[in-house]
Design a protein around this ligand. Structure first.
Ligand code: SF4
Ligand code: SF4
Length: 501
């Protein structure tokens, strides 16, 4: 059989006692075949069983047959093939769409006190004279009203920058106003402050504690790496201050209320073990390994900071090796991207992670209120507009209505390419149920919101490699490893976690 990953329609005709249901598949280097369907179910067959499966000679008593039947990948004459179950699984996987946009990002200021070479937000200097890059009270209030007009019962109000703490008064006013206006609406609002923690005063922490604001910060690794990646705008190092402030925040708010992200630069590739160990030293329960984004300043710095997808994948595997070693020694610690992919693949649950959603997270799951009143489908869309291309600018909170913004031309352009199930190359990819659509990135890199992602590098190659690697890990004969991966999915203590029955 040719190594393609779709089957001709004739294969779905009911002969030999059963018919094949729509599937996608991928042959692994070890000869096993990974099969998935649109409801997110997957099954792994030996090459021999797969060959029998498609020739419709698989014995009805074989474990492979039973496994495929249970996952609605084949249908026989034994009664109802499980269409209701299949629909229910699909519905559950897509339930992130309930309530439309849930994550509302407020860029309260573009000013920043750091000068990270990979910065993607067109940061401005922190001096007071740059106040033209701060959100005005009118824009703030209108943006809050847009957030409260979204249909979801539960929304997240996330403050980003620049560095939001440079305008602490705006943050205070934002939460006060959101709570006041929400009295008539009654939504549950989660508050997140994304801060580099280069400044953190006791009054900031007290406000977070009393208002229920959690903190998301950035820690790129040990001192020499973090200082190289994330210098202060005056060139001074930031690591000592940031790690001291992470500790203060953990003590004031609890460890659960402080998380961190890292961004991988070319320099980071040399330190997979040291990065993980720095997170352990800071008593973090996980690390989120992020690739550089091809936007904004990161594009200009790509030569100095960038790397190939293959280099990133090799680094990622070394990070995972170190993390597994730590878990095997009895300390619960996870990698967040892996936990998200595994949860999508191994459980019926949906995951609210906008980068791996179809329809795309951009616009459907997240929107960005810029300091000047413009609304974008994502930070990437905002950066595109900064470079003179407003294709994914939805409108202005000061001039446009909710309907004009969320059902207007830009949103229609996005929606037409938002489902990876229908994108060229993704539509027959076995890993599509665990991956995501990203029309803004397709547009940015290929000039077309649909694009052809396989072969276009970056997002596709990285996701394909990581998803395949994780699924292969799940299918090793190492029960201890499988138990660890399940502990990440269930967010359990690795010492108490058991293999699923
Ligand atoms: S802290 Fe954030 S906004 Fe400031 S320079 Fe670094 S990446 Fe850009
Ligand atoms: S981007 Fe690549 S890995 Fe993801 S679904 Fe599309 S083809 Fe598959």
């Amino acid at each position: 059989m040719a190594n393609t990953n779709f089957l001709p329609l004739s294969e779905f005709e009911p002969t030999g006692g059963y018919s094949l249901m729509p599937i996608r598949f991928q042959r692994w280097p070890n000869g096993r075949i990974f099969i998935s369907n649109s409801a997110g179910e997957y099954f792994v067959l030996s090459g021999d069983d797969f060959s029998k499966f498609v020739k419709k000679t698989l014995p009805a008593t074989s474990p492979a047959y039973m496994g495929l039947l249970a996952r609605q990948m084949l249908r026989d004459g034994s009664g109802d093939w499980g269409s209701d179950i299949y629909a229910s699984k699909w519905f559950t996987k897509k339930s992130f769409l309930d309530g439309f946009t849930k994550l509302h990002i407020f860029v309260t200021t573009l000013r920043c006190n750091q000068s990270c070479p990979y910065c993607q937000v067109s940061r401005q200097g922190e001096v007071a004279g740059c106040g033209g890059f701060d959100m005005s009270p009118a824009v703030l209030e209108r943006s809050i009203r847009f957030m409260l007009a979204s249909p979801s019962d539960r929304v997240t109000m996330e403050f980003q920058g620049g560095e939001p703490l440079l305008r602490f008064d705006l943050l205070q006013e934002a939460v006060r106003k959101a709570k006041e206006l929400n009295e008539k609406v009654g939504k549950h609002i989660d508050y997140v402050l994304c801060s580099n923690l280069a400044i953190l005063e006791d009054r900031h922490l007290e406000w977070c504690r009393t208002e229920g604001v959690i903190i998301s910060t950035s820690l790129d690794g040990p001192e020499y790496l973090h200082n190289k990646n994330r210098p202060m705008s005056n060139g001074r190092p930031s690591h000592e201050t940031v790690t001291r402030n992470i500790r203060r925040a953990q003590e004031a708010l609890g460890k659960h209320a402080v998380s961190a992200l890292m961004t991988t630069t070319r320099e980071s590739l040399k330190y997979p073990t040291e990065i993980v160990d720095e997170y352990l030293r800071m008593d973090m329960g996980s690390v989120f390994i992020r690739e550089l984004n091809p936007y904004g300043f990161a594009v200009k710095s790509a030569t100095a900071l960038g790397y190939s997808s293959d280099e990133f994948f090799r680094f990622y595997k070394r990070v995972l090796d170190r993390i597994v070693e730590i878990n095997k020694a009895g300390r619960t610690f996870s990698e967040s991207f892996a936990s998200i992919v595994l949860t999508k693949a191994l459980t019926p649950w949906t995951v609210g992670f906008v980068d791996l959603q179809s329809p795309a997270g951009a616009g459907f799951g997240v929107c960005v209120y810029n300091y000047d009143g413009d609304i974008y489908v994502s930070d990437e869309a905002r950066m595109l507009a900064e470079t003179g291309d407003p294709t994914f600018r939805l409108g202005s909170v000061l001039e446009d209505s909710y309907d004009a913004i969320f059902f207007g031309e830009s949103m229609q352009t996005l929606a037409a390419s938002a489902c990876s199930e229908a994108l060229p190359g993704c539509s027959d990819c076995a890993y599509q149920p665990y991956c995501g659509a990203d029309p803004v990135r397709n547009y940015r890199t290929q000039g077309d919101p649909a694009g052809i992602r396989p072969g276009a590098g970056g997002f596709c190659r990285r996701n394909k490699q990581i998803i395949e690697y994780l699924m292969q890990l799940v299918h090793t004969a190492d029960d201890d490893l499988t138990r660890i991966l399940w502990a990440w999915i269930c967010q359990e203590d690795v010492n108490a976690a058991k293999l699923p029955a």
